[in-house]
Design a binder for this molecule. Structure first.
Ligand SMILES: [Zn+2]
Length: 188
């Protein structure tokens, strides 16, 4: 059984009823992912497809499993051109009510603490996609070359007041995300 995705839901009841949600939604409903999508793709209305199944594992733990997928535009870190990337992730997230219960669960699942009886499924979809975005996206080996380096050479491309606004603006969100990813990698 598949239902349309509600803005908020009670995950404990959803697990009890074995609810499943699948479908598509507009990428711009996930502002953190669309903010990281700094390259352009041809699709004017990019979408995210998702499937979320609420249930329990053998030990009775409430579990959300499923998959998320989106095609997003990134900036190739070799040629600085746009690069369309299929970002996909499989998820297995255990839901618990307290930080303490979370700390007692080791390995196997990601853990999400839901302190009241409400969660926003869009947040879960967004988190999973963010984690799946490649840190250093590149075209296939040999498919592109680094841009001409006229700026460093002091050539024509260097404007008086530094790098154009749009260019730094466009790259900034990705730099932040990469920094976050490095941080979480260190923690693991
Ligand atoms: Zn490239």
């Amino acid at each position: 059984m598949s239902e349309s995705l509600p803005e908020h839901l009670d995950p404990w009841r959803a697990a009890k009823s074995g609810l499943s949600f699948s479908g598509r939604l507009a990428l711009d409903r996930l502002p953190r992912v669309s903010g990281a999508a700094v390259g352009s793709i041809e699709d004017p209305k990019p979408q995210v497809s998702y499937r979320l199944d609420f249930g329990r594992d053998e030990s009775g733990l409430v579990l959300v499993s499923g998959k998320v997928r989106a095609r997003i535009g990134l900036v190739c870190q070799r040629c600085l051109g746009s690069l369309a990337v299929d970002v996909r992730a499989e998820l297995r997230v255990a839901l618990v009510r307290t930080e303490r219960a979370a700390s007692e669960l080791v390995g196997e699942y990601e853990v999400l603490v839901v302190e009241d009886d409400s969660m926003r499924p869009l947040d879960l979809i967004e988190d999973e996609l963010l984690l799946a975005i490649p840190i250093v996206p590149r075209h296939a080996p040999g498919a592109c070359l680094p841009p001409e380096t006229t700026v460093e050479d002091g050539g024509l491309a260097a404007p008086a007041d530094g790098v154009p606004e749009t260019e730094t603006g466009a790259r900034h969100p990705f730099a932040v995300l990469a920094a976050l990813r490095r941080e979480s990698d260190t923690l693991n």
